[in-house]
Write a protein that binds this ligand. Structure first.
Ligand code: GH3
Ligand code: MG
Ligand code: MG
Ligand code: MG
Length: 311
C-alpha cells in the first residue's frame, strides 16, 4: 500500500477541475528580489492575471499546489538555488511537468542563458522588462498553454475527456472514494449495432449519433461526475458519491431517454440504443480492475439482448 499524499492529491483534483474553465490566468513568480517581484505581481494583477510571489525557492511546491499556475516565471540567479536547478527539480514531478517555465532574468551572458534553457525551461524574457511587454508575453503564453492542454485532453468530436485524461481522472476518483470511504460507480457505455448505423446512413450520421449521446450524458450527469470518450462509440462515466443502485437507476433513465430519441438522417429518422455495465469502486479497487469489471458487465448487457444496463 502506498501512503497517500493528501495535499498532493487535493492539488491534483483541483488542478483537473479547474483546467478548462474561463478563470483568470494564474502565474507564480519566483524571484529573490522582493521589491521587484512585488512590482511584477502588481502589474500582472492589474491586467487581471492572478499572481503569486515566491521569494524563497524552497517554498515553490506549496505555492504551486496552492495556486495551480498556468505559467511559472522564474529568476535565474538566486542565492541557494538557481532558477534552472529549480526548473530541473520541477520537471521530475508529473504534476508540474506541463507548466511552462519562463525565465525572467537580467542574465546577459549568452552561454549562461543557453545553458539555463538546456537544463530545463521553455522560454526567456530579459530584465529590465516594460510593464505592458510583461503582460503581453505572459498572456500569450498562458493562452497557448491552456489551448494546448485542452487539445491534448479533450476529444475533438464530442468535447469530452479523451482516453488518457479519463484514466488519470479515474485514478484520482478511486483514491478519493477510498479516502472518503464513500461509494462510487464506474459505467462503461457502448452504442448498440453502431456499425450498421455507419453502413446504412454513412459515417457522418454515425458521428452525429456519437455527439448526440455525448450531449445527453453531459446534460444528465452531475457537475462532479466525469464523462469521457473511451473509444469510437464507447464512453466511460465516473460517478463519485453514487451507489451501484443509484447508478443503475440513473443509467436506466438515460438509456430509455436515448432509445426514444429520433435520430435524423436526411429524410429518414431512426432510433438507437446503448448497453451499459456498472462496477463499484471498492476499498481495494484499482482503476484498471474497475474498468474491466464495468466492461464485463457491459458485455453481459450485450449478450443479454442489448439496450440494457447490467451491474
Ligand atoms: P455492438 O452492439 O456489439 O456494440 O455492435 P457495434 O456494431 O456497435 O460494435 P463494433 O464495436 O464492432 O463497431 C463499432 C464501430 O464503430 C466500428 C467503427 O467503424 C465505428 N466507429 C469507431 N469510431 C467511430 C467514429 O468516430 N465515428 C463513426 N462514425 N464510427 C466510428
Ligand atoms: Mg535574482
Ligand atoms: Mg464498441
Ligand atoms: Mg457498439
Amino acid at each position: 500500500v502506498y501512503p497517500i499524499d493528501i495535499p498532493r492529491l487535493e492539488a491534483r483534483i483541483r488542478r483537473l477541475a479547474s483546467r478548462h474553465t474561463q478563470d483568470p490566468y494564474r502565474v507564480v513568480i519566483v524571484d529573490d528580489d522582493a521589491e521587484l517581484s512585488e512590482h511584477f505581481r502588481l502589474v500582472l494583477e492589474g491586467a487581471g492575471i492572478d499572481s503569486r510571489v515566491v521569494n524563497e525557492p524552497s517554498h515553490i511546491v506549496a505555492a504551486l499546489r496552492d495556486h495551480l499556475p498556468d505559467i511559472l516565471i522564474v529568476d535565474i540567479n538566486m542565492p541557494g538555488c538557481s532558477g534552472p536547478e529549480l526548473a530541473q527539480v520541477l520537471r521530475l514531478d508529473d504534476d508540474w511537468l506541463k507548466v511552462p517555465i519562463i525565465y525572467l532574468s537580467a542574465e546577459t551572458d549568452q552561454d549562461r542563458r543557453a545553458l539555463a534553457m538546456r537544463q530545463a525551461g521553455d522560454d526567456f524574457l530579459a530584465k529590465p522588462i516594460g510593464d505592458s511587454e510583461l503582460v503581453n508575453a505572459i498572456k500569450v503564453r498562458a493562452q497557448r498553454s491552456r489551448q494546448l492542454s485542452e487539445a491534448l485532453e479533450r476529444d475533438g468530436l464530442t468535447g469530452l475527456m479523451k482516453h488518457a485524461a479519463l484514466k488519470e481522472q479515474l485514478e484520482i476518483e478511486v483514491s478519493r472514494a477510498q479516502r472518503m470511504d464513500a461509494p462510487a460507480s464506474v459505467v462503461m457505455i457502448d452504442i448498440d449495432r453502431f456499425k450498421s448505423i455507419n453502413d446504412t446512413y454513412g459515417h457522418a450520421t454515425g458521428d452525429y449519433v456519437i455527439r448526440l449521446l455525448a450531449n445527453l450524458l453531459r446534460r444528465r450527469l452531475r457537475k462532479l461526475d466525469t464523462v469521457g470518450r473511451y473509444g469510437g462509440e464507447e464512453f466511460v462515466a465516473i460517478l463519485p458519491n453514487c451507489s451501484l443502485k443509484d447508478a443503475e437507476r440513473i443509467f436506466n433513465e438515460i438509456r430509455l431517454n436515448f432509445s426514444q430519441l429520433d435520430c435524423v438522417a436526411g429524410k429518414e429518422s431512426f432510433r438507437v440504443s446503448f448497453s451499459a455495465g456498472i462496477a463499484p469502486i471498492g476499498p481495494s479497487s484499482h482503476g484498471a480492475q474497475v474498468l474491466e469489471a464495468a466492461d464485463q458487465a457491459m458485455y453481459e448487457a450485450k449478450t443479454g439482448g442489448r439496450n440494457q444496463v447490467r451491474v
